[in-house]
Design a protein around this ligand. Sequence first.
Ligand SMILES: Cc1ncc(COP(=O)(O)O)c(C=O)c1O
Length: 460
Amino acid sequence: MDKKYEIIKGFIQDQIRSGKIKAGGKLPSIREISNQFACSKNTAIRAYDELEKDHLIYSVPKSGYFAVLRSSTINHQPSGLIDFSSASPDPDVMPYEDFQHCLNRAIELYQDQLFSYSDPQGFFSLRMELEKHLARSQVFAKPEQICVVSGSQQALHLLTVMPFPNGKSTILVEQPTYYGMLRTINLLGVTAIGIRRTKDGIDLEELERHFRSNHIKFFYTVPRYHNPLGTSYNQEQKKQIARLAEKYDVYIVEDDYLADLEINPKADPIYSYDLSAHTIYVKSFSKVMLPGLRLAAAVLPRSLMETFRLFKASCDLSSPVLSQAALEIYLNCGMFYRHTAYMRERYRIRMEALRNACNHLLPPEIDVNVSEGGIFAQIILPDQIPAMDLTTALKQQNVLMMPTDLCFLQTFPKDNGIRISIIHTNEAQIESGIRLIGKATEKHLLHQKTPQTTSVIDWV
Ligand SMILES: Cc1ncc(COP(=O)(O)O)c(C=O)c1O
């Protein structure tokens, strides 16, 4: 039989969940509860104490108890929707409870720092933890070379805007590339040129021509599980990029946003081949942890650190202290590694489902290459099926996708491609979604073969 205080707890939880008691709303008093449940005041107090420990309610001396928030505030997707477009982490695989422990511990342990501004470069103790963490991916750097930033997006922004010791000004980007970087470049009015990247990588001779002749400040690259292509450079390509950077005094900004999802233990970053301190290594914590923490690490050559630190401080003084403290505890107690192993496997299974579905359910006219790990794959459509049209048509069937034209510089020839993300889909949804894409394209290709009288899209 349930104990009385558990019945009271359940009752209050139901009231909060159903919205009868709203966030900030007052709970029945201890006396009212003991009357209602025919129990002692101590039993009512015990129930409220436990609800307080669960962070569902809080108490105000001499005023009573209040609800923190309704327990169901997460927006779940409408049923039937297949979301291949989202790149933010899947709430179902995120470590909320683990992280809640870390945040609570962080508040206790770092009380003093919470009341002051901290070092713009980040907590020294976190940077020491990051030194060990980064070494696991062959990024060997002392805490003095590491700067904690408010998401890798901030590092990209600061690097784009700040001067570099090579005195050059043009940014070279892969085409396609991460849309957020292109937006930053556009907003800041910086000159950028593109180099085509395909599933096989880039043309290294063309890269050398750019490095030699085009006043390149840095080459922005996403070597691992590229966004939006989903593919990775091989080790030889990474070595050559590091070699050319040294030869022509060009910096490499290596965006390793998915380092923790790597399934090939030998896939070392460009940074590990850099013998001339020309690589800036940027590692996000958004894709395997909570993106709302806004935390990433940037590893910089010593010659860049002072300027970067000044620009960082001028931007936000420092990254949120509470997030930093929680990440330090999360890394230090090993929760991070257990969690990433779990996520890696979950996403690997989804990528396998995507590969199988693409192999069996898409017509041969569609070109697709699905990596073993990561979260993205790009499908390239035949010219007669514009990516935007297919995206609109599939949206009407509840399948969301992202055309990749946004990932190109305005002046660069665009692929007719679509990015598929598996972050918010399970294996069954992946199969259904790819089946729908396959059917829509087949139907359209069939129409193309028979003479048409109108150009209206009727293949939805
Ligand atoms: C390639 C790439 N780099 C950087 C970012 C930004 O990550 P953060 O949340 O660390 O700012 C993203 C976000 O999706 C991304 O895809």
